[in-house]
Design a protein around this ligand. Structure first.
Ligand SMILES: [Zn+2]
Length: 151
């Protein structure tokens, strides 16, 4: 390989840049590039492009995407902030106390519903008690009927 023959050296510039040449070939290319401006320019174009990966625009996009994700991360955690804001608003709002007691009432009703639906004995007792008040004299029959109905 002649050190002054660009056409001989240029096919090796890429391999030289990637460090794929044998030591002798690399030395020849290096020597030519030192004395040849156009081959040095071509080699530096490989250098500026970097690896084969960097020659495609794809790696730049995920990096942009990642930066965008990082910017949008506060938006992702917004629900936590929102609930925090809500609890602050509950404390500071004049309606806050009312809402809290309303929520407590709802929870109480839900709890009662669970207790009511979950305990068949209580259902029978309550139904029997109601029957006793509304149907005097028939309470025994009503209670029996309710027990039968409830299984
Ligand atoms: Zn050259």
């Amino acid at each position: 390989m002649s050190t002054n023959d660009c056409k001989t050296v240029q096919p090796y510039l890429s391999a030289y840049h990637d460090g794929e040449l044998a030591a002798g070939q690399a030395a020849t290319v290096a020597k030519h590039v030192e004395s040849c401006e156009s081959c040095a320019a071509e080699l530096s174009s490989f250098t500026s492009l970097g690896s084969d990966f960097a020659q495609t625009p794809i790696p730049a996009k995920p990096s942009d995407l990642w930066q965008r994700i990082e910017r949008e991360l506060p938006t992702t955690v917004e629900p936590v902030t929102l609930s925090r804001r809500f609890s602050v608003w509950i404390r500071e709002s004049p309606y806050g106390a009312g809402l809290v007691s309303m929520a407590a009432s709802i929870l109480l009703l839900l709890g009662f519903g669970l207790w009511y639906g979950g305990d068949q004995g209580s259902v029978n007792k309550t139904a029997g008690g109601m029957a006793m008040h509304s149907h005097d004299g028939e309470e025994a029959m009503s209670a029996d009927h309710m027990v039968e109905f409830a299984g």
